[in-house]
Design a protein around this ligand. Structure first.
Ligand code: SF4
Length: 253
């Protein structure tokens, strides 16, 4: 009998429109080790929770919505941090590709390392991954530690590896006043992105407070208390400094 890996899923969105090209079936995996101060899904953090699914169960459910996907849509796996369940992802994406489904991985890159056994598993996963939505939370290592409790060296290394293998990515950057919304940091991030050879899009995600109630429900102090979302002018400024208009999304059109 075929052995099936179990995935631990936080929730599913059947008509996602902001997590990759077109209309997508979005699976939010349970578990994350980052502690981003702006996280709007702290309820995904707990490793060991979540609802159990096999890859076939997810794909059977996803395919019910296939007629809405059009030419561009498909499956996105987000989180939490999906790479914490890499064996499940490999099975899910391999089976998705066998069914002709476009696969997108939304990750912050935290688990990435060129060390084994992770690296071989990651290379295997990339065979079945069409696109990555790749979050760079902060370009400055010390500021990244303050914002997420972890450094960014391996995350930037992952960005470079994806460039080496020419895997299309959409870089996403949450703009947080008093944290990442400084011209100096944005200019440094722009310089880093320009060294990459695989960037299809660059997206600014303005920080928002919609997840604040979840911190309160979990009994956690909200770290960004008193910090408001960025103004339209600052969002526009960030778009200009990151030259978002220069990235046309051609690879995924
Ligand atoms: S990586 Fe994502 S899920 Fe994890 S803490 Fe950061 S924002 Fe939240």
């Amino acid at each position: 009998m075929e052995e099936k890996t179990i995935g631990y899923v936080h929730s599913i969105e059947t008509f996602g429109s902001v997590d990759g090209p077109g209309v997508r079936f979005v699976v939010f995996m349970q578990g994350c080790r980052m502690r981003c101060e702006f996280c709007h899904n702290p309820d995904t953090w707990n490793i060991g929770g979540g609802k159990e699914y096999t890859a076939d169960q997810i794909l059977d459910q996803a395919e019910r919505f296939r007629s809405y996907w059009g030419a561009q849509g498909g499956l996105t796996v987000s989180g939490g941090e999906p790479l914490l369940q890499i064996d499940f992802l490999i099975e899910l994406f391999q089976k998705a590709k066998a069914r002709g489904i476009h696969t997108t991985l939304d990750t912050c890159g935290k688990p990435f390392t060129r060390e084994e056994p992770f690296f071989s598993r990651f290379q295997e996963l990339m065979k079945y991954t069409d696109l990555l939505l790749f979050d760079i939370k902060h370009i400055d290592n010390e500021a990244h530690k303050k914002l997420t409790r972890w450094g960014n060296e391996n995350i930037l290394e992952m960005a470079q590896y994806l460039s080496e293998i020419k895997k299309p990515v959409w870089i996403r950057h949450v703009l947080v006043p008093e944290r990442s919304d400084y011209d100096e940091y944005l200019i440094r991030l722009d310089s880093f992105i320009k060294t990459l050879d695989n960037v299809d899009k660059v997206e600014i995600l303005p920080y928002h407070t919609m997840g604040k109630y979840k911190w309160e429900t979990l009994g956690l102090a909200y770290p960004l208390e008193g910090i408001n979302p960025p103004t339209k002018e600052r969002v526009e400024n960030a778009k200009q400094l990151l030259h978002t208009e220069d990235y046309k999304g051609y690879l995924t059109r």
